[in-house]
Design a protein around this ligand. Structure first.
Ligand code: ADP
Ligand code: MG
Length: 346
């Protein structure tokens, strides 16, 4: 990934990461095939791509849950693999995960307030210095944290099952915030919620990130969701990053035919339906990707070279920074003409 002098030093740096899952009797599943990206402090980055392209594996690699086969992940100057077990204990990692299913991070047998207090106590103990805080102080912080995410008074005394899906996700976000992270990785955090809760929870994550200066990697299969809240977008296809750019660049001048196809499937804001779906064909098995450009069997612009040589992620011709694109055709001829919708407004 290129170094952009106008951006601050990255908080998260992912360099050429390969993650493989072993499979019985088959070659390993290469879920990430050399992924690089950077996220600056406080930046909101949307990571988007179809199911199976490696988004959750990237989240796991970033949090150290899926060790990188090759390549490196550095968070706040420390290689993620080198962060001790203790630091990775719940609530202590400066990089917190929010999952699609909030039950993955909540204990069904304890009240929400108790679970947040547990994180607060662990955090204060890890900091070591100073006097120990009192239980009432910790309890007050838990109540305040739940108010911060928009849960009603009394939420602290409730159990996870007493909440709606959207409220439960808010509680999981409050728990993640209690460790005072520098970054949150949210993996499809609204995909399981009903339509009204989706926008509310997505906006909550974005607002908290802005107000607290927490970097946010927001993972979604839905480009429209990502476009409504991100500063920057990273588009993945079959274990690789195929394009990155600001949300304006991605929506107004997408360079990669895959990004263009994703955009063509975004519903038109005036409600007149979706554009014709440009993307055809099945996503190939990431364990045995096509040769050359992984997208070529589904690509309307593929030329001879695309079938044999894999394109690297490079700056567009004439661009000083982003966008970056991994496409022979876009790199050689500049962006293909494309009429795109305006970026959605939040
Ligand atoms: P996404 O989150 O974008 O849907 P994933 O990272 O979950 O993608 O998966 C990427 C690829 O790796 C998929 O083909 C998936 O089937 C495969 N995969 C994910 N987890 C495992 C695992 N534990 N063992 C084997 N294959 C896996
Ligand atoms: Mg996933």
């Amino acid at each position: 990934m290129s170094v952009n002098a106008s951006r601050p030093a990255p908080l998260l740096r992912v360099e050429d990461v390969v993650v493989e899952y072993p499979r019985k009797g088959l070659p390993p599943m290469r879920a990430l095939a050399g992924v690089g990206l950077e996220i600056a402090p406080g930046e909101v980055v949307g990571i988007v791509g179809e199911s199976g392209c490696g988004k959750s594996t990237l989240a796991r690699a970033v949090t150290g849950l899926a060790p990188a086969h090759t390549g490196s992940v550095t968070f706040d100057g420390t290689p993620v693999g080198a962060m001790g077990r203790r630091r990775r204990a719940p609530g202590l990692l400066p990089l917190q995960m929010v999952f699609q299913d909030p039950n993955a991070s909540l204990n069904p047998r304890r009240t929400i307030g108790a679970q947040i207090q547990e994180v607060v106590v662990a955090r204060e103990r890890a900091r070591g210095a100073g006097r120990r805080r009192s239980d009432p102080e910790n309890a007050r912080e838990a109540v305040e944290a739940l108010r911060r995410v928009g849960l009603p008074d009394g939420a602290a005394e409730k159990y996870p099952h007493e909440f709606s899906g959207g409220q439960r996700q808010r509680a999981a976000i409050a728990r993640a915030l209690a460790s005072r992270p520098k970054m949150i990785v949210a993996d499809e955090p609204v995909s399981a919620l009903d339509a009204s809760a989706q926008a509310a929870v997505a906006n909550l994550l974005r607002d908290l990130s802005r107000e607290e200066g927490i970097a946010l990697a927001f993972i979604s299969h839905d480009l429209a969701v990502v476009g409504a809240l991100a500063d920057r977008v990273v588009v993945m296809y079959l274990g690789r990053v195929v394009e990155t750019g600001t949300v304006e660049q991605i929506f107004n001048a997408p360079q990669h035919p895959y990004t263009q196809a994703l955009l063509a499937a975004v519903p038109v804001p005036d409600g007149s339906g979706t554009r014709p779906r440009a993307l055809t064909g099945e996503v190939p098995d990431p364990g045995s990707p096509p040769p050359g450009c992984r997208f070529h069997p589904r690509c309307p612009l593929a030329v001879g070279r695309c079938r044999s040589d894999e394109p690297a992620l490079l700056r567009a011709p004439g661009a000083t920074a982003e966008p970056e694109v991994a496409c022979w055709v876009a790199q050689e001829s500049g962006p293909a003409t494309h009429t795109a919708p305006a970026p959605p407004t939040a």
